[in-house]
Write a protein that binds this ligand. Structure first.
Ligand SMILES: [Zn+2]
Length: 174
């Protein structure tokens, strides 16, 4: 006589053949091993999800952003010129210009170094300074300006060069 014993699926409680290894309704495995195997894993994953989310939030909070060094060559100074002026505190020399950023990262706190030379090519003055503009967008351009009090008459500032020495990822929070 044909055995027609039935059992209940452990997951969906439908009546299924007693020898079924897999429920024909919900496809869930019926042996003990597959039950032990799947449910603890799901509950462990479920348990860790809040920690993963909190971890991501913290990682974002402490995000220091990309290091500028490998991108240094991707900010280029398109044009610049010297400007001389006077403030109450003394006479000034400024460099104003435009720069463009071909990197996919916006940069902030861009630090410039300017060196001034006389007509003999001797360095007479220098400054390291953050530009007055806040940020240069990714794949964009912006103006910049740095200025300082000068020690020599403007005629002596015949040549200069300007380089960007550091910057910070504008997405970084710290
Ligand atoms: Zn089932």
């Amino acid at each position: 006589m044909e055995v027609s014993e039935k059992k209940l699926c452990k997951t969906c409680y439908m009546e299924i053949p007693i020898k079924a290894k897999k429920c024909p309704y919900c496809q869930r495995g019926q042996n003990v091993f597959s039950m032990i195997f799947w449910y603890p894993i799901l509950s462990i994953i479920g348990f860790f999800i809040p920690f993963i989310i909190i971890g991501c939030i913290f990682a974002n909070m402490f995000n220091k952003g990309k290091d500028f060094t490998p991108y240094r060559n991707q900010i280029t100074i398109n044009s610049s010129e010297l400007r001389f002026g006077e403030k109450q505190s003394g006479e000034t020399v400024a460099v104003v210009g435009t720069m463009s950023n071909s990197s996919p990262i916006p940069w902030k706190e861009i630090q410039f170094e300017v060196r001034f030379y006389d007509s003999n090519g001797k360095i007479i003055d220098a400054m390291q300074q953050k530009g007055y503009s806040d940020e240069i967008p990714a794949n964009g351009s912006s103006a910049f300006k740095v200025s300082m009090l000068r020690e020599f008459p403007k005629e002596q500032y015949t040549k200069y060069d300007v380089v960007i020495i550091s910057a910070r990822d504008a997405h970084s929070l710290w």
